[in-house]
Design a protein. Sequence first.
Length: 80
Amino acid sequence: MRMGTRWDSGAEPPASVPALLHEQIAAVDATVTLSGVQPKPRWTLTWLEGRPVAELETGAVVRQDRDGQVVVGHVDALED
């Protein structure tokens, strides 16, 4: 079993967040910074079928799909 974690938008992702997600997490964080949302929303890392899923409280999701690709979207619109 893998444990998830939480961190603030704009902060460095914890070591448990796979490096392959970092670039897209930073891209989503940049949009939050530009929007001036306060307080900063938090990310939650979970694992679905062994693949990482990072979800921001705004509904933005950065995850690894079945093919190993990083997918960015919204929680209401993503399908695997």
